[in-house]
Structure formats: structure tokens, C-alpha cells
Design a protein around this ligand. Sequence first.
Ligand code: ZN
Length: 429
Amino acid sequence: MSSLLLFLFLFLTPSSTLEFRYHNNREIQQYLVEINASNPDISHLYSIGPSVRGQELWVLALGLSPHRHTVGIPEFKYVANMHGNEVLGRVLLLQLIDDFVRGYRNKEDWSVKLLNSTRIHILPTMNPDGFDESDTNCLFSQGRANYNGVDLNRNFPDAFAGLRKQPQLDESRREAEVRAVIGWLRMESFVLSANLHGGALVASYPYDNSNGGSELVGGASVCPDDDVFNHLAKVYSHNHASMHRGDQCRDSRLFPEGVTNGYLWYSISGGMQDYNYVWAQCLELTLEVSCCKFPPQNQLPALWTENRKSLLAFIMQIHLGVKGRVFDGSGVPVQNAVVEVKGRSNMCPFRTDKHGEYYRLLLPGEYVFTVTHPGHKVLTETLNVPHGPDQYSAMKHDFMLRRIPATTVSPQANPTEANSTEANPDPQL
Ligand SMILES: [Zn+2]
């Protein structure tokens, strides 16, 4: 083979060379740059900001329109390694990227259909500085925190602390990695997400915290979308080789079907999954993917095999429920319309984004929707929701609002107008 042909061969087949080992931060960056360069049609590499020590937090977006949002295509994300010494997630997400790209190039149905219907953002390490400090112990927490010694999964704004009138840290004083994720959530309207940890084998879901109010049920802190979260967690655990058995780690408690309410396990304040759900209307799970925080390298192929099906099945759940747009009386899509589902009193009501879009993950069934927007009549519609993931699309439904004649508009007609993206907690919670 001539050297030119050899070069082309190596350049065009980057996905066949990802080794099962722990890549350091520089190697991860190099891998992402290479995969992006060789797959510009379906990938987009960007940074959400630097870590405390100035290492970029690189995200690879995969999809048919990788650079920007497409109306009707939901935004998904996976985040790994926010605890620097919990490292399997880094390996799983690199393998996942490799798998997606190879599958797409080979025209494999699963990859083509997922990338056709979903934009998938992957952040292999949220805490590269912590990783640099970590040791390979299964249990110890050397490297868990960021460079400033702060646990990033305790550093997000906490809605329950707000309800208790506890002072919130000013955003500018939060850790660099946390600020980067908060900015990321403002930049993209994520619908579904998971962050990958280690040290247990369980899929955990909100809430992680409580205000001691009516959300506390049987030791769990139950959120308005508990049925959906329980389903999402079981999709992961039952597609995993052993997580669903719930008893796989020594010295760990029993988790029925491999899932748990976060608070029921142990409460945390300032966690990332509650922040995603409460403040950014993105449903997020915390996935504990290995009993050992730093598994021996020779176990990595088996651990990837155990998690691969779960990782893909979980992404498909982004197509649960209903999606669409809200149009005003002139037929123009409107931002910030409130789209509520009866019986689900979310602390921050779900709102349309800048494209006038909404996404509501719901299990199949009948739901009463109420849509409100200033200057328009409250719209109530009942929708029958089928199972979307099989079709790679949630049910599509647009809401057409009708304007209130100008003479009858009063200041009280739009009680939801004043809110920004900040929380407007329901005082009953
Ligand atoms: Zn962790």
C-alpha cells in the first residue's frame, strides 16, 4: 500500500482504533478533534468553558444538524466524570461516540435513526482537574472534587434551599465547571440527560433534596413527573446486564429493580440533576455505572458491553410524550408560553423556548394540557399520547392561541408573564 493510500485509510477509519483504556485529558481532546475532523457532517466539537485550571470542557454534538438546533429535533446530553475519580463514564462515552460514528458510516439502522431524530451532546469529562488528581482506588475519594476542593454535585443552585429562604450563592462565585454547565443549559433547550458516576450500580432520579413538605412520601422526595422518571430509570437498569438485579455491589444497599429516588437513597443539596429538572426543564438521571469507581483496565470491554444497550435505550426515551410549538393569535411562534399538564405542578412551569417549542416527556395515556400566554385566552386541550420511542418521535401537536380583544385585557390576565428563567417555586412544595 502506498503511503498516500495508507494515510487515507487511517484518516477515513478513525473509529476502528479507540482502545479500551483510560485516556488522559489531552488524549480525550485529541480523540474528539480527530473524530470531529473526519466526520464534519454529523459532529460538532465545542467547549462550554474552562475548568478551574483552564482545561476546556469539550462537548461533541452528534446529529444531522450538529451545529445548531432544528425545530422538532430534541436535544439530549450525557455528562461523565463530574466526580474526577469516577472514571468509567469517560470510557463509556468515548466508546459511545465511536459506536455512533462507525454505525452511521456503515449505515446501521440504529445509528442512522437516532442521529436522524435526535441531537446528542456528549461531555466526557466535567471535572478534568479532579481526574488528574485521582488515584485508582475503588472506594477512596481522592480526585472527587474539583481543583478548589469543591464537590461539583453540591455546588448548583438548589430550589429547596430557596424555598427555605436560605441564601443562595451568587452565580459568579460558583465553581467554573458549574458555571459552564449552567451557561450550557441556557444555550440549549435540553429535554433529557444523564450524568454518569461510579461506586454503585443504580439509576437514581429526582428529587435529591426536600423541603420536608408534601413531596416527602415514604422517605422519598417525589417530584411531579415521578412516573416518567421511574420509567426512565428502569429503562436503564433493565437494559443493563445486571443493574436491574439491584444487589450487585458489596456493601451497598438493595435497590429494587436497580432504581431509586435520589432522596430515598441519601439527600444532597445543590445537585446537578435537580437543577436540570427544576430550573432547566431537562429531565436528568444520575447513573451509577460501576461498583468500583476506578475499575481495572482489563474490565473495560466487559463494562462497555454491559452498559451499551442501556445507553442507547435511554437516549431513545427522549421521544416519549408530546412535542410541538405554540403560536400566537397572528400565527407567530411564541417564546415563554407556559405549557402545563394537569396534575403536574412543576416548581418552574415548563415554557416554550425561543423557537416557540415545547417538549413534554409523558408515558402513553390521556393528558389535559393548559397553555397560557399574555394577551391570549387560556387554551385547554386533551391529548391522547402514544408511545413515541418506537417511532423515534414524540407525538407532534401545535397549540394555536386566540388573542383577547384589546379592550378586555387587564393586568391580571397574564399572571405568568413576569417570570424569567429563574425559579418561581410553588409555595406548596
Ligand atoms: Zn459521583
